[in-house]
Write a protein that binds this ligand. Sequence first.
Ligand code: NAD
Length: 289
Amino acid sequence: MKISFIGLGNMGGPMAANLAGAGHTVTGYDMAAPAPEGVTMAESSAAAAKGAEVVITMLPNGAILRSVAAEVIPAMDPGAILLDCSTVDVDSARAVAEMAAESGCSALDAPVSGGIGGAAAGTLTFMVGGSEDALARAMPLFEVMGGRTVHCGPSGNGQAAKICNNMILGATMAVTCEAFALADKLGLDRQAMYDVASTSSGQSWSLTTYCPAPGVGPQSPSDNDYKPGFAAELMQKDLGLALQAAEAVDSPTPLGTEALRQYAQFVDEENGRGKDFSALLPRLAARGR
Ligand code: NAD
C-alpha cells in the first residue's frame, strides 16, 4: 500500500520502518526526527499525504494532531484513511474524524499499548475507534505494526479505551508502590510481600509484570535504576486526559484524581521527569520515620 507516516519519533520511527520492511511504500514527514530505514522523506505533512491510501500520524498531543490534520486532510485523496496512533483526548479524536468525513475521507483513532519495545518488535496492541470498513482496510497495516487489534466502537472509542486502561494502571502502580513502602516500615521483607500479594487478591499487572521493587519479581525498569520504560510524565499526561474526559461527562474519578496528583507532584516538583513511572516507590520509601 502507499502510506504516509507523520511523526517519526520514538514510536513512529520504528513503526514506519516496520511498514517499509514489510514492502509498503512509505513517505514520511517529521519536524525534527531523521528518516527511518526504508522511508522516503517529504518536505511537508501535506506533501507526504498526497496520493497515500492511508495517512498515519504518531504525534505528541491533541493540539498538534488537530493542526497536522488541518494541513493533511485537504491534501488527501477522497476515500483515503487518516489513521491516528497518538494518545490524545477523546474530543480531538472525534473532531479530527469529523474533519475527515467532511472531506470524504475516513478516520480511525488507534492508540497503542506496548511502548517503544512493542513498536520496534511489531507487537503493539491497537485499540481502535471508527468504522468497520476503515478498520478492515487498515488491518494489513495493524498486522505489521502490532500483535493484537481490538475494535472499540465508533470514533473516539479507541482513545476512551486507552485512557480508561491507563487510569487503572496509574492507580494500581501508585498503590503497589505504597504497599511496598508500608511493608518496609512494618519490617516485612519485600520478597515475602511479593510472594503473598502476587498469588493473592492484591495481584495486578503493576505487581507481577512490572514490579516497582528492584530484585523482586521479573526484570523491570526498577532493576535498571528506574530508567523508562514508561516515563512518569507520560503517565501524568494519560491521567490528565482521563480526568479531562471524566469531567466532560461528569463521571467521578476520586482515585484517578489522586493518582494524577501524585504523578504531577513527582514530575513537576521532585525531579521525576525522565524516571520510570514505577519510581514512586523509592520516593515513598524515603519518606517518614
Ligand atoms: P516523540 O516525541 O518521540 O515523537 C513525536 C514526534 O512528532 C517527534 O519526532 C516530533 O518531531 C514530531 N512532531 C511534533 N510536531 C509535529 C508536526 N507538527 N509535524 C510533524 N511532526 C511533528 O513521542 P513518542 O514517544 O513517539 O510518542 C508519540 C505518541 O505515542 C504520543 O501521543 C504518546 O503519548 C504515545 N505513546 C507513547 C508511548 C511510549 O512508550 N513512548 C507508548 C504508548 C503511546
